[in-house]
Design a protein around this ligand. Structure first.
Ligand SMILES: [Fe+2]
Length: 311
């Protein structure tokens, strides 16, 4: 049995000492926004408690789907790297970037340089390239990047033709190897999952790829919501799972911090997966907040456990 944990969008705080010359253009908006809306609800203690709970559940691997930082200042990168280091060894933690990690032009490059050991595929050298592929037991992690710098007031992501070709090629190969394929991407590849200004450009391209190549699981962040949807693969459904922010306190607009665990076990020519949601409840106590048993018949997930997304 392989235990994969998924967390996302810690938006690590507190914001480090600002260097004012970095507060240009879009960052001014982000800084004000963070202080008004985000700063109040995002507590370091919340993350610390969640991480303790996560560690107690002994995952074999942890997937982090981006938005580690807020406005991608240079001074935010070190603390974010420290957060990744605190989760585990780089070979046991895989990370893909989010739009906040790519907040302004040049930021994505600095982030991937700083967090590289957590973003390199097996046997890959620097610089980081997406998608990366990591094989761990029966599980293959395919890390895609939807992160790009966007104009003020936009939080879009993109999935290009080029990345589609590379991801598709890997998914076909990994299927041949008989592995449980997990795709990581920050933005939800689901139509209507976000407001228009936060959407994934190329979402249709992503779904068309999955319809052809399949995958066993797609994990995303960005929405800060615990969503359980599915998109069609070539022979059955492919679950697409979103997770709350790892740092939201209880009592906010969005659900309190949580993470997901996937206990993956080969079963004949298919898979059995126990999908466990853990996080803070309304009272601020850490608890199991959901559990499902998924049965893959070797082709895809049987319908009924996750809601099929609108095409
Ligand atoms: Fe995001």
């Amino acid at each position: 049995m392989f235990r994969l944990a998924h967390l996302s969008d810690p938006h690590l705080g507190p914001l480090p000492e600002i260097r004012w010359r970095e507060l240009v253009s879009k960052r001014v908006l982000g800084y004000i926004n963070w202080h008004r809306n985000r700063g109040a609800t995002m507590k370091v203690q919340i993350i610390a408690g969640l991480m303790q709970d996560l560690a107690a559940n002994g995952p074999d691997h942890i997937a982090v789907t981006g938005d580690l930082v807020n406005i991608a200042l240079r001074a935010e990168l070190g603390p974010a790297r420290g957060f990744l280091d605190s989760l585990g060894k780089p070979e046991d933690v895989s990370c893909v970037p989010g739009n906040h990690d790519a907040y302004v032009p040049g930021a994505l490059q600095r982030a991937t340089d700083s967090w590289a050991p957590f973003m390199l595929g097996d046997g890959d050298g620097l610089p980081v390239r997406f998608p990366f592929v990591r094989r761990r037991g029966d599980v293959a992690i395919v890390g895609a990047s939807s992160a790009h710098a966007s104009a003020p007031f936009l939080a879009t992501g993109s999935f290009s033709d080029k990345q589609r070709d590379a991801v598709a090629q890997q998914l076909v190969e990994l299927r041949r190897e008989g592995l449980f394929r997990v795709v990581l991407i920050h933005h939800p590849p689901i139509r209507g999952a976000t407001e228009w200004h936060k959407r994934l450009i190329g979402g249709r391209r992503f779904r068309a790829m999955i319809a052809e190549t399949g995958a066993e699981l797609v994990l995303h962040g960005h929405t800060h919501l615990a969503t359980k949807l599915a998109i069609p693969g070539p022979h059955g459904l492919v679950p697409v799972i979103g997770v709350p922010s790892a740092s939201h306190g209880p009592g906010g607009e969005k659900p309190p911090a949580g993470y997901n665990l996937f206990e993956i076990e080969r079963a004949g020519d298919g898979w059995n997966v126990a999908f466990v949601e853990r996080g803070y409840n309304r009272g601020g106590t850490l608890a199991e907040t959901g559990r499902q048993a998924w049965d893959y018949d070797g082709r895809g997930l049987k319908p009924g456990l996750v809601t099929t997304a609108r095409r």
